[in-house]
Design a protein around this ligand. Structure first.
Ligand code: FAD
Length: 637
């Protein structure tokens, strides 16, 4: 029988980023006992890296802003493939979630008259991002941790123990979800330091594990982003959607090689920075796609006026949605108008004073100075696309964040639907707050509704332990494999063949390579023992990276159109027949190391009429089929 530490909770939240912490707060405030588990240090979630800000239509910078405008921008950014109910809840609730953070102790930057300041970002009609310099994510995490400490202090007064009802388990990796019949019964994992096993017995699990960026070679994401939540959900029988949509942020560092992919915040362009090619030309004016024609400035003069007079000028195309800007940079580099190291130039030096740059973008100033020896107050940055965010994730009910598996909930980047085919900058931090809270509420209501609690079976625990320890066993068949080699091959494959521009033949090659890695993964052998063993940790994570990569590749092959974060060179147009189609990923075999993936198409529920009426018919005609619009009042009148 496996030696395992066993603990009982009402709700286990896996992930201590913005989504996880917000879920924890909500579930605890509802009176439930909550464990929060994270594989990194507490406080070192990916959310900390968020720079630009949190989108919420507070209307502080422009009184014309409201939830309807935010909703419209989000749907446009996602090319109308978003789950409209999620986009609606998000737009309506984001301002309250930002305010609530201030009640926890956050302090956002202020306007001259003391209101929360809001900055411009790509695809947002009005300045909308509440921010704290370019360290917004840090403030978000800091204040939610502070809130958690205050809840623990209340528990100490009431129960005599800070951790009586809310405990943090840091540097602890969850490797399996366990079920009792169809229902979630717990989560199994190991302590990274000791390698010892731990079992959380709980009727509700909230996944808040973030993204999948480490499946790609060039990425802004940190080491935790190995798609664990996506893979845990799949293996537990839940479905993933939108996995073909991967966001390549247009501006990652390109030089020196050791820092390639590190993010250069969109806040640089929001605060006036412009993109230029090797000829010094502001090339974005050449790349405004038809669906956005008329909404963006067509001269440099108008674009520059817009920064100070947004009501009477159209916004700069430097702030088109990210997918558009990333493709434009790719085209400039291909046309040999790029910078020396394979990017383009991002110039803020000629646009703001050095003092202003250091005040508004302190992290960017230090990042370039320290990592690339570039002074961004005096010279342009070199930037290029980097894998940044996954729009795809666990399919959830918009209101409760529940997945198709009873007791399993998901929020934040590991959930799918909200952002459609492309996320607008700033819409992730607000997503974490809105749906993190809803996941906490959903999980609490679910637990309260149960008559009997599910039980974890010993055989499932033993199986989870055996699976975790496979990398210490002799290879399944023949040659032993090194996890670092396999990871490198996987990342290169995804980068080169399922990256920013895709075609069928390349995706098929990628799938063949993934099949080969699937065969080899059973032969991964790690040295040493279970105490802090990074090779073993990677071997376990690699299974998740492989599974989510297969989902991305299979869905990318099936979607024969270009939309948002999915660009097919062999199908370059957006096809309205694909707009309402979700590609749903499921696992079909029980192989714990490398299960198979199937992808099927299904239709989304049509948008509610009152929401549809927020758009001009002429705009909808760019995205919808004639059949879909046949009953639109504009057509029937
Ligand atoms: P995270 O914050 O990544 O948290 C994931 C948690 O899950 C971590 O605690 C991790 O340890 C844990 N975890 C993962 N797997 C396991 C496992 N198996 N077992 C236990 N724990 C596990 N968005 C914006 O809206 N505005 C911005 O300005 C912005 N800037 C960004 C800048 C950068 C450099 C990057 C990379 C992203 C940025 N984003 C921004 C995107 C945004 O930061 C992320 O989408 C968001 O923070 C994800 O939050 P999350 O709560 O879903 O996950």
């Amino acid at each position: 029988m496996t030696e395992v530490e066993r603990l009982d909770y009402d709700v286990v939240v896996i992930g201590a980023g913005g989504a996880g912490l917000r879920a924890v707060i909500e579930a605890r405030q509802r009176g439930l006992s909550v464990a929060v588990v994270c594989k990194s240090l507490f406080g070192k979630a990916h959310t900390v890296m968020a720079e630009g800000g949190c989108a919420a239509s507070m209307g502080n910078a422009n009184p014309n802003d409201n939830w309807q405008v935010h909703f419209r921008d989000t749907m446009r950014g996602g090319k109308f493939l978003n789950n409209w109910r999620m986009a609606e809840l998000h737009a309506k609730e984001a301002p309250d979630r930002v305010w609530e953070l201030e009640t926890y102790g956050a302090l956002f930057d202020r306007t001259a008259d003391g209101r929360i300041s809001q900055r411009n970002f790509g695809g947002h009609t009005y300045p909308r991002l509440a921010h704290v310099g370019d360290r917004t994510g840090l403030e978000l995490i800091r204040t939610m941790q502070q809130k958690i400490v205050s809840l623990q202090q209340e528990d100490k007064q009431r129960y005599g123990d800070y951790e009586a009802k809310l405990k943090v388990f840091a540097e602890c990796t969850i490797t399996d979800l366990l079920k009792d019949g169809d229902r979630i019964a717990g989560a199994f994992g190991y302590w990274r330091e000791s390698g010892r096993f731990i079992l959380f017995q709980a009727p509700a699990v909230v996944l808040a594990t973030g993204g999948i960026g480490k499946s790609f070679k060039v990425t802004s994401n940190s080491w935790e982003y190995t798609g664990d939540g996506h893979a845990l959900a799949l293996r537990a029988g839940a479905t993933l959607i939108n996995m073909e949509f991967v966001q390549f942020h247009p501006t990652g560092m390109v030089w020196p090689p050791s820092v390639k992919g590190i993010l250069v915040t969109e806040g640089v362009r929001g605060d006036g920075g412009v993109l230029k090619n090797s000829e010094g030309k502001r090339f974005m004016f050449e790349y405004v796609p038809d669906v956005f024609k008329g909404q963006y400035a067509d001269s440099e003069e108008e674009a520059d006026r817009w920064y100070t007079d947004a009501d009477n000028n159209r916004r700069t195309p430097d702030l088109l949605p990210r997918d558009e800007v990333a493709r434009a940079i790719n085209s400039e580099v291909k046309a040999e108008r790029g910078s020396p190291h394979g990017g383009v130039y991002l110039d803020i030096a000629s646009r703001l004073t050095p003092e202003e740059i250091k005040r508004r973008l302190p992290s960017m100033y230090h990042q370039f100075k320290e990592l690339a020896d570039v002074d961004i107050t005096a010279e342009p940055m070199e930037v290029g696309p980097t894998c940044h965010y996954v729009m795809g994730g666990i399919e959830v009910d918009p209101d409760t964040a529940s997945s198709s598996v009873p007791g399993l909930f998901a929020a934040g980047e590991c959930s799918g639907g909200m952002h459609g085919s492309n996320r607008l900058g700033g819409n992730s931090l607000s997503d974490l707050l809105v749906f993190g809270r809803r996941a906490g509420l959903g999980a609490a209501s679910y637990v309260e509704s149960l008559d009997t609690r599910p039980k974890v079976g010993q055989s499932d625990v033993d199986r989870a332990a055996r699976t975790a320890l496979v990398p210490f066993d002799p290879p399944r068949q023949g040659v032993e494999e090194n996890p670092y080699t396999l990871q490198n091959e996987l990342q290169q494959t995804m980068n080169d063949l399922v990256g920013i521009i895709r075609k069928a033949e390349e995706i098929e090659r990628a799938l063949a390579k993934l099949d080969e890695i699937k065969e080899r993964i059973g032969n991964v052998l790690v040295e040493g023992h279970r105490q802090f063993n990074p090779g073993w940790h990677l071997a376990v994570d690699l299974r998740n990276m492989l599974l989510v990569s297969e989902c991305v590749a299979r869905a990318a092959l099936l979607r024969t159109e270009s939309r948002g974060g999915h660009t097919r060179d062999d199908h370059p147009q957006m096809d309205s027949h694909w707009r309402n189609k979700l590609l749903v990923c499921e696992t079909t075999t029980d192989d714990p190391l490398a299960p198979s993936v199937t992808v099927t198409a299904k239709d989304q529920e049509p948008m509610r009429q009152d929401l549809l009426e927020l758009f001009e018919l002429g705009e909808l005609e760019k995205y919808y089929t004639d059949e879909e619009l046949a009953s639109h009042p504009g057509r029937t009148a």
